[in-house]
Design a protein around this ligand. Sequence first.
Ligand code: ATP
Ligand code: MG
Length: 256
Amino acid sequence: MAKIFCVANQKGGVGKTTTTVNLSAGLAKLNQRVLLVDLDPQGNATMGAGINKAGLAASTYEVMLGTSDVATARQRSESGRFDVLPANRELAGAEVEMVELDNREKRLKNALATVDGDYDFILIDCPPALSMLTLNGLCAAHGVIIPMQCEYYALEGLSDLVNTIKKVHANLNQDLKIIGLLRVMFDPRMTLSQQVSAQLEQHFGDKVFKTIIPRNVRLAEAPSYGMPGVTFDPSSKGAQAYIAFGAEMVKRIKTM
Ligand code: ATP
Ligand code: MG
């Protein structure tokens, strides 16, 4: 049985996709079988895993609408050594088209159930919105990983996300919990980063992951080569941090 995690934060550009792609590659390095689900019409995770999002034969879109299945639509990220359920802008249409369908919050959950035995981890890259797509991610998952930048506005909006997760837990998915907050793009030279980081630890205790992902240009360069940072430059500080985060997640799921 795969453990399924959403990487979610409705704020844009906080490192969701970088985290999903590099955690997938980090887990693969630890011999875990991983499926990355691209649930964002931007298709950034698809591209970052080295898969061309233009002209996909089948994608998350078809899977959500039930005109294809995960086993058909998934592709291999050779650079990352994990599987990808790819997405592109077509997926934006699913949001509207699903309104007509039964059980529309659980389309992804039901689709993933068919490949559950093939993986140790399924990681879902959510779009920057609390939309029907994100709701499908939350309904499919056992837990949520929330990447956060340690900046002044970091906590703003967090309560909306936490409330949404609570509602989904109460009404749609009793398995769902917040696994943890991941500090990303961390700059240890900034006093503010240190302060916000300490505040997060104070407020959220062991819900804050021990691993901290530093700001590292190699992580930002890697997608243009169609590679996760973890494989693009394995010795870089960013890659090392995501591999450590993979190890922390493997340890975490043993206690879940
Ligand atoms: P969106 O909300 O648009 O989906 P996102 O939350 O998925 O965005 P990313 O695309 O992962 O965020 O990251 C935003 C930008 O920051 C990208 O250009 C990415 O390369 C860069 N970035 C992410 N993490 C790091 C890091 N640790 N160090 C340096 N750059 C980073
Ligand atoms: Mg993204």
